[in-house]
Design a protein around this ligand. Structure first.
Ligand code: G6Q
Length: 557
């Protein structure tokens, strides 16, 4: 693809962005009584309102032209056709196939993979049904009722986020834990609460070589064997989710206890595959499938809807406008839903690992800013923490506000209060409060003109801070699936516009390699180590300091 910044729509957007300095977002509402209707859309049971962004109708249509100029429609077709669009890894990208129940074929290397996907889903269903019935029996003869998913990154964040989001659907008497960090405290703290005879360890790793996961899996096995489990019991207490059968076997998991997925499923897009088994176990298979079907509804919309009425494409274009034309460096995801408390962490990986790139597909340097910094916390917590910067900081931050109209656990007027905040913050961010309003408010409180003059600059809100609202009736499995698919496709569409490969992650490699080199240089506790060689001066000195402290066996309390 040629440099998108030299395209006609990009130039037009620059002109429109410059012109937008002369008006305020609220002026767009005053001039266009139907703006809220025109800048909102419903699909797959989700409702998106993007009218509080400083985007005119002309800019919106130029953005759609930009998507067309970047070949977004063709890119969508290439992805769903099984083409190897992940060119740096020579892989197809077919997470949509994992949640397609229509009977469509998905051909990779001349083979229709749809039957394999359906077969693996059946295997997951049978296993989850057995777990739900209490049919998985541990070594003491009691049913297994606790699962521990051991995985990291894409093999952790998706299932963890979904299990938390679907808390109202948890099966009674079942518990799910997630261990990811190589910090032994994560595994150690988790194991404290567990009965080995009732615990199933799920080792989730696409490659089955990831340092953190293999270390945690080995330690979990040692713990299990040290707590009464025998070697022969491993088979019923350890299962694997992976693409690497040989490594799974070598670890000691029998092939019948392995759930597979494939190279065309990227790690951060894998919660729909066997990697989602923990969701099916904790909530029941029907809930897992309902989540897949919700995602599928969004996929069908994304494939079929014209770009001007295509929710993921619109969300992507609004993001491009804010990032490339309004100068937003960061994007906040703010779910007003406690059960979505891990959604920002999940989206952080999805977005930043996918589009945090400086090279385009052709290898040239990206001619424009690509993925923003993404962060977030559930509302209303964030309001008492970092919203200050979003309201009054020197950087422009765009934000998505997400909420359900109804709570799964209605309690007094909690949800009404939550929703009032969900609505108030975007309104405040858009409208702001100018100096005249601040002075008038202070005067009404009886503050002298002098004092008001000193205070006013601190109390002014610039406004025009762009936000999207994403609404649904209730956080059902289907709504969750649609929401996650919405973001997946948004990220893909943005990657297509910026011309980057959203499906590789070479940027995670260098640190991993260096860590392997440093590992033998860390002194075992209570032992001395000679000073390390090589490294930069800072790293060398840090290793020496760590090793000096580790040489002493003194207790740490
Ligand atoms: C995701 C990344 C990465 C990956 C983890 C775990 O897209 O590839 O987060 O999921 O590194 O990898 P394994 O599943 O192979 O252990």
């Amino acid at each position: 693809m040629s440099d998108i910044t030299t395209s006609k729509p990009w130039r037009r957007l620059e002109t429109l962005a410059a012109a937008s300095r002369k008006f305020r977002t609220i002026d767009l509402f005053d001039a266009d009584p139907d703006r809220a209707g025109a800048f909102s859309i419903e699909a797959a049971a989700l409702y998106l309102d993007w009218s509080k962004n400083k985007i005119s109708r002309e800019a919106m249509s130029a953005l759609v032209d930009l998507a067309r100029a970047a070949g977004l429609e063709a890119a969508i077709a290439r992805m769903v056709s099984g083409e190897k669009i992940n060119t740096t890894e020579n892989r197809a990208v077919l997470h949509v196939a994992l949640r397609d129940f229509s009977g469509r074929s998905y051909v990779v290397d001349g083979v229709d993979v749809a039957p394999q996907i359906a077969a693996e889903r059946r295997k997951m269903r049978d296993f989850a049904d057995k777990y739900e019935r209490g049919g998985l029996i541990g070594f003491s003869g009691a049913p297994i009722d606790t699962i521990v998913n051991i995985g990291i990154g894409g093999s952790d964040l998706g299932p963890l986020m979904a299990v938390e989001a679907l808390r109202p659907y948890w099966l009674g008497g079942r518990r799910a834990f997630f261990v990811s960090n190589v910090d032994g405290q994560h595994l150690g703290d988790t194991l404290e609460a567990l009965d080995p005879s009732r615990t199933l360890f799920i080792v989730a790793s696409k490659t089955f070589t990831t340092q953190e996961t293999m270390t945690n899996a080995e330690s979990a096995r040692a713990w299990f064997l040290g707590k009464g489990g025998k070697e022969r019991d491993i088979a019923r207490h350890f299962i694997a989710l992976s693409t690497n059968e040989r490594a799974v076997r070598a670890f000691g998991v029998a092939p019948e206890n392995m759930f597979v997925f494939w190279d065309f499923v990227g790690g951060r897009y894998s919660l729909w595959s066997a990697i989602g088994l923990s969701i099916a176990l904790q909530c029941g298979y029907a809930v897992f499938e309902a989540m897949l079907r919700g995602a599928c509804a969004m996929d069908e919309h994304f494939r079929a809807a014209p770009l001007e009425a295509n929710m993921p494409a619109i969300l992507a274009l609004v993001g491009v406008w804010n990032r490339n034309f309004m100068g937003a460096a960061a994007h906040a995801v703010l779910p007003y839903d406690q059960h979505l408390h891990r959604l920002p962490a999940f989206l952080q990986q999805l977005d930043m690992e996918s589009n945090g790139k400086s090279a385009t597909l052709s290898g040239a340097r990206a001619p424009c800013a690509t993925g923003p910094v993404l962060f977030g916390e559930p509302g209303t917590n964030g309001q008492h923490a970092f919203y200050q910067l979003i309201h009054q900081g020197t950087d422009l931050i765009s934000a998505d506000f997400i909420a359900a109209a109804k709570s799964a656990t209605p309690l007094g007027d909690h949800h009404e209060k939550l929703l009032a905040n969900f609505l108030a913050q975007p309104e405040a961010l858009m409208l702001g409060k100018d100096e005249a309003q601040v002075r008038a408010a202070l005067a009404a409180e009886g503050v002298s003109a002098d004092a008001a003059g000193r205070l006013a600059p601190h109390k002014v809100f610039p406004g025009d801070r762009p936000t999207n609202a994403i609404l649904f009736e209730r956080l059902t499995p289907g709504a969750l699936g649609a929401l996650v698919a919405l973001y997946e496709h948004k990220v893909f569409a943005q990657g297509a516009i910026w011309g980057v490969n959203s499906f590789d992650q070479w940027g995670v490699e260098l640190g991993k390699t260096l860590a392997m080199k440093i590992l033998p240089e860390i002194a075992p506790l209570g032992q001395a180590k000679p000073p390390p060689e090589g490294h930069d001066g800072s790293t060398r000195r840090l290793i020496e300091r760590i090793n000096a402290w580790r040489a002493s066996k003194e207790g740490w309390l």
